[in-house]
Design a protein around this ligand. Structure first.
Ligand code: PEP
Ligand code: MG
Length: 741
């Protein structure tokens, strides 16, 4: 290590230093060949230094990205220790390098932020077994090389002109659009890698002590997490934490770190080396269990690095104004930390864990694209990016003409927003005087804070499960009550329709694993779960009753399937109401009880509840999914069964007519209500109250204020009745002038 350190510090050219390194390694390893390959822009590898091969081959010999054993090291991003190389299926022989056919091969990746930027390899002509220590030493040297090459490339070294150390080409990536909107800005990487301040240990004993102390701190942090955590949905979340703790206490992990320190690395460099390995393996792992564990390990590495650097704690740095947050994944707590940071958009690599992020991003009005495969490998802090939350495109380091296109689109957007702001305080009344009550959907206090600015007349769907989904622990009854109390306070005289817990299915609490059902959307979720977990449900109903204190409390139940389910839930609510009254606690002045129409079974039977129900609200997201038997999140089928389908619209019309006949007000509160074209269609079908995502209120209000329903009513009926029609097209023709920008 000492010799390597002085070699690297020498004032020689980079080529000279690399030549020195291969020479040193070949001698100390007693290897016949030692070579360094670096990755070029096109993904190929170029030989940049060698001891043992012909010197003329340097900067001439190139290997395709997956060629030979060098390609294998790169592909797997981990050391390859091969004793009988000529018989290895990936062996490829390059005579121009003048190499004797060798028997043994040891290659390790040169890694930067988990990306393979090169390969360092030693070879022996005779059969030789490289031991663990050889592998570790070579990895350590590769880490030093990564730093040297990076530093040189940042300073614009001529010798590295072709080498792709830092990703710098424009890249277009496609993910899944999870929250609409458009943004441009510089990238901020969540949980950025803390680079070690120094590589080599000045005092090995001191570094060992630092590492041990940091490990102890880390372990007690993990222990305290275990103590605090409780989940209402079974014990699985505890299992996850238990695994995390096992990893933190894994003696072999600690031993490897300490070994690295005793070989001369600083504590940070030792952890950094482990982190690079985990990251690189993660890049290549496809098995989801293994990926989760590697994620855990990487989290632990990062935490340990932060502890060593002395800044454990908040991940959100103060100055993120105008930045685009890019992360592999975000936990619920992370997201809330970022809520006031001034971010413009969020991009996530993982898709499986994005549901919390979706909730918070939508509430903050931030575009979010999830499932952007391998974005972390191609982006760096400070890169420019464009996030198109409407289409799911993410452009990294975009060309200037693309930037110009998006600038125009952003400008148009802000003009439209100004138009919506101008009609914000006006009601949505059509040209022929029909008032359509526009409400907004909410679930977090950030949404409720938006109520004044939204132009909505109230909250037509308050998704109470959001508080549970974004919380690390189960909210207590008191926490729920305080939260609802704040909602009442902010809403003032405006109505709020609280929807009781809609957990399960795709809405899983932090740390709760799925129940292993084959079809969670058709399974134990929502009201079904609430009626089985009576303690959980009762706590919520009690919190709602107490919070309403002298005001009207409107509560609706999600995913009602049978009339009896509705009746059972209503009875529990009334019991809580009576209990609060009886005990002289705070209670609502009036109780309004409703149900969501989300299943065809309930849609066809709710009228039997006449006299027992105060209001209804159609959740088109779920009703559409169960009507067409199509998973609402299945990308392959997302366009196949449009809502503007004759049978579905006639179904909605029938629901509206039956509700009117029973004198029960009915609204629509799915995402579709926020689409101006669909909102007009719903108004033409007879609906007079729509609740939608806050971003829909302005566009829908403008469309409604432009339309004259009685003038186009007959034409609309004709389209509905037409035997063969491309309904979407006909409706667009009829309504286009009211919805167009
Ligand atoms: C719906 O299903 O339309 C609805 C509003 O509920 P959620 O989207 O929360 O399931
Ligand atoms: Mg629903």
């Amino acid at each position: 290590m000492t010799r390597l350190r002085s070699l690297m510090a020498e004032g020689r050219s980079l080529d000279g230093r690399l030549a020195g390194v291969v020479d040193l390694i070949a001698r100390s390893f007693v290897a016949d060949v030692c070579s360094i390959y670096l990755r070029l822009e096109n993904g190929d590898f170029e030989l940049v230094a060698t001891e043992g091969l012909k010197q003329e081959a340097i900067k001439r010999t190139r290997l395709a990205r997956n060629e030979g054993l060098i390609g294998l090291v790169s592909q797997q991003a981990r050391p390859q220790n091969i004793q009988d190389a000529p018989h290895h299926p990936r062996f490829s022989y390059r005579p121009e390098t003048g190499e004797d056919p060798f028997t043994s091969f040891l290659g390790v990746p040169i890694l930067r932020f988990g990306r393979v930027i090169g390969v360092l390899a030693v070879q022996n002509v005779v059969r030789r077994v490289y031991d663990e220590e050889d592998v570790e030493t070579l990895q350590t040297i590769a880490m030093v090389l990564a730093e040297v090459v990076t530093t040189e490339s940042k300073s614009g070294s001529e010798e590295l002109a072709d080498v792709a150390v830092r990703p710098n080409r424009p890249q277009e990536l496609i993910g899944r659009s999870l929250s609409d909107g458009l943004a441009m800005g510089a990238v901020h990487l969540h949980d950025p890698v803390v680079a070690p301040a120094q590589f080599f240990a000045k005092d090995i004993g001191h570094e060992e002590e630092r590492l041990k102390t940091a490990l102890e701190q880390l372990r007690s942090f993990v222990d305290s997490m275990m103590v605090q955590h409780v989940s209402p949905l079974g014990g699985e979340s505890r299992d996850i934490l238990e695994t995390y703790r096992m990893l933190a206490y894994d003696p072999s992990w600690a031993a490897r770190l300490l070994d690295a320190v005793s070989s001369g690395l600083s504590a940070e460099a030792a952890v950094d080396r482990a982190r690079r390995e985990h990251r690189a393996r993660l890049e290549n792992a496809t098995d989801s269990y293994l990926r989760d564990r590697l994620h855990d390990l990487e989290d632990l590495d990062n935490r340990l690095l932060r502890l060593l650097a002395g800044h454990e704690g908040s991940v959100a740095s103060p100055d993120l104004d105008g930045k685009i947050l890019v992360a592999r994944r975000l936990g619920p707590a992370d997201l809330l930390e970022y809520r006031n940071a001034g971010l413009r958009a969020i991009v996530l690599e993982d898709e499986s864990t994005t549901s919390h992020a979706v909730i918070v991003a939508r509430a903050l009005g931030l575009p979010l694209v999830g499932g952007v495969d391998r974005i972390m490998a191609v982006v760096e802090n400070g890169d420019d990016a464009i996030v198109d939350g409407d289409t799911g495109h993410v452009h990294i380091r975009p060309e200037s003409d693309l930037v110009a296109v998006y600038r125009d689109r952003l400008l148009m957007r802000s003009q439209r927003l100004a138009e919506f702001a101008a009609i914000r305080d006006l009601k949505a009344v059509t040209q022929d005087g029909v008032h359509i009550e526009l409400m907004m959907n909410a679930g977090l206090s950030i949404d409720v804070d938006n109520l004044d600015a939204s132009g909505a007349e109230g909250i037509g769907l308050f998704r109470t499960e959001f508080q549970f989904l974004v919380s690390e622990t189960l909210p207590t009854r008191m926490e729920q009550q305080e939260f609802y109390g704040r909602v009442f306070e902010t809403a003032g005289d405006r109505p709020v329709l609280f929807r009781t817990l809609d957990l399960g299915g795709d809405k899983l609490m932090h740390g709760a694993r799925s129940t292993g059902e084959e079809n969670p959307a058709l399974g134990w979720r929502s009201l079904r779960l609430a009626l089985d977990k009576k303690g959980l449900f009762r706590r919520q109903l009690r919190a709602l009753c107490r919070a309403a204190d002298g005001k009207t409390l409107s509560v609706m139940f999600p995913l009602v399937t049978t009339l009896d389910e509705y009746r059972a839930a209503k009875e529990m609510l009334e019991q809580e109401f009576e209990r609060a009254k009886r005990r002289g606690e705070s209670y609502p002045s009036d109780l309004q009880v409703g149900a969501m129409i989300e299943t065809p079974a309930f849609a066809l039977s709710f009228h039997e509840l006449k006299g027992e129900i105060d209001f209804l609200s159609i959740g088109t997201n779920d009703l559409h999914q169960y009507f067409f038997a199509v998973d609402r999140d299945n990308r392959m089928l997302s366009d196949r069964y449009p809502i503007l389908n004759k049978t579905f619209l006639l179904f909605l019309k029938d629901i509206c007519a039956r509700a009117n006949a029973c004198n029960v007000p009915v609204s629509i509160c799915g995402e579709a209500a926020g689409n101006p074209l669909m909102a007009l269609v719903f108004s033409l079908l007879g609906f007079r109250r729509l609740s939608m995502p806050v971003s829909g209120v302005g566009p829908v209000k403008r469309a409604i204020r432009r339309v004259n329903l009685s003038q186009i009513g007959l034409k609309f009926e004709a389209i509905l009745e037409k035997q063969t029609s491309d309904m979407e097209k006909d409706l667009l023709n009829l309504l286009q002038e009211y919805v167009q920008v």
